[in-house]
Ligand binder design. Structure first.
Ligand SMILES: *Cc1c(COP(=O)(O)O)cnc(C)c1O
Length: 430
């Protein structure tokens, strides 16, 4: 791979203490930095955090226990920690325009579990989008605790359009009367109609939870409509399009603040991860800058350009395209299973994940699709003019996967590394 020029390398972490104390582990981290630098990361739930976020998450805040909330802790010595958490919550309220934000959930899944704890009793009916249709495990899917401790009722998308079947959602909600109704998911390429979901939740007496884990950054940047004021609770991870550390937040109107806080602590968790809280505060500060609006809109513009370039190459896209950061490709017509394609693309330096497509005829562990997205490549400064190249790599990689052409994959890998070298990722040393 070609080396980026000196001015493209603003930071070169040496990990000196780590390298001295544990060279084996330090070498693995260096190898991961190298891998992240050289490859094109198309997994839509991933991103690159800034150097500032990375630094905040690796600090001595790690050393402190702070069970409770600012001003109401069970341990002394919170002079600084309280301010850190207040700042993070205040920034979350400002960025998303909500009354209340809890920044303590360890990740998206525990955040969602806290919502169940706040509003439902074991055995209650809960409703969400089916996992193979693009929903998340924690929305009541069978193998998740949320689908075994609660009675999960699941909706899907129209077979012909790939769009959420809102008539089915309404019909099901009125029949099943769920305590909680989730909207949002992990493989949804289209805008979520929060107003329509709010109407259905109101008619059926459900608490509406908007799980914006994937699109939080787009919402913060004004590139996707906001669930405020439609949703009773907004759940989000902080590490996807929002470009923060691995963590989560729960946001709500004042009326639900107590229930949410009580569910997170002491209901579900012990001490918050203060180093993560600090990094969330930094990420929210970054998300409040005008440049982040540009970023969010560029993510969507790139995804649209990539979808168009894929369509032009004859690819079959679920719902026929995208409104957001994500594109779901059905590879059935290309005669390659999703897993085979994903593994071949990985060897070509194009990192995607295999994924079910709605009404998939193959098994979830070897499904028909691959899921891609543009948050990471946009963070590296790739623009719409380069999406045809990305589509071409995918096209050639998928063909090589079918024919078993390892040489073609190696050629793509070299091309990818060259382009990536010219677009250093935020936070990376190389
Ligand atoms: C990623 C995601 C989650 C879970 O987040 P984790 O941090 O992986 O636990 C929950 N809901 C949705 C919609 C997601 O995309």
């Amino acid at each position: 791979m070609t080396s980026p020029s000196a001015e493209q390398q603003p930071f070169r972490p040496e990990h000196p203490a780590l390298t001295a104390a544990d060279p084996e582990l330090a070498a693995l981290i260096r190898a991961e930095e190298q891998l992240q630098a050289e490859t094109l990361r198309l997994i839509p739930s991933e991103n690159y955090v800034s150097r500032a976020v990375l630094e905040a998450s690796g600090t001595v805040l790690q050393n402190k226990y702070s069970e409770g909330y600012p001003g109401r802790r069970y341990y002394e010595g919170q002079q600084n920690i309280d301010q850190v958490e207040r700042l993070a919550a205040e920034r979350a309220r400002a960025v998303f325009g909500v009354d209340h934000a809890n920044v303590q959930p360890y990740s998206g899944s525990p955040a969602n579990l806290a919502v169940y704890l706040a509003f439902a009793e074991p055995g209650d009916t809960v409703m969400g989008m089916a996992l193979p249709m693009g929903g998340h495990l924690t929305h009541g899917w069978g193998v998740s605790a949320t689908g075994t401790w609660f009675r999960g009722v699941q909706y899907g998308v129209h077979r012909d359009t790939g769009l959420i079947d809102l008539d089915q959602v309404r019909e099901l909600a009125l029949k099943e009367r769920p305590t909680i109704l989730f909207c949002g998911g992990t493989a949804l390429p289209r805008t979520i109609d929060f107003a329509a979901f709010a109407e259905i939740a109101r008619e059926s007496g459900a608490v509406l939870v908007a799980d914006i884990a994937h699109i939080a950054g787009l919402i913060a940047g004004g590139a996707h409509p906001s669930p405020v004021p439609y949703a009773d609770v907004i759940s989000t991870t902080t590490h996807k399009t929002l470009r923060g550390p691995r963590g989560a937040m729960l946001m709500c109107r004042e009326e639900h603040a107590k229930a949410i806080d009580k569910a997170v602590f002491p209901g579900l968790q012990g001490g918050p991860h203060n180093q993560t809280t600090a990094a969330i505060a930094v990420a929210l500060h970054e998300a409040a800058q005008p440049a982040f609006r540009d970023y969010a809109h560029a993510v969507v513009a790139n995804a649209r350009a990539l979808a168009d370039a894929l369509l032009a190459r004859g690819f079959d896209l679920v719902s026929g395209g995208t409104d957001n950061h994500l594109v779901l490709i059905d590879l059935t017509s290309r005669d390659v299973p999703g897993k085979t394609a994903a593994k071949a693309l990985d060897r070509a330096g194009v990192v995607v994940n295999y994924n079910t497509v709605p009404y998939d005829t193959r098994k979830p562990f070897d499904p028909s699709g691959i899921r891609i997205g543009t948050p990471s490549l946009t963070s590296r400064g790739l623009g719409t003019g380069q999406m045809a190249t990305v589509a071409d790599w995918i096209d050639r990689g998928v063909t090589a996967a079918r024919t078993g052409d390892e040489d073609a994959l190696a050629v793509i890998r070299a091309e990818v590394a060259e382009v990536m070298a010219a677009h250093p990722a935020p936070g990376l040393a190389i």
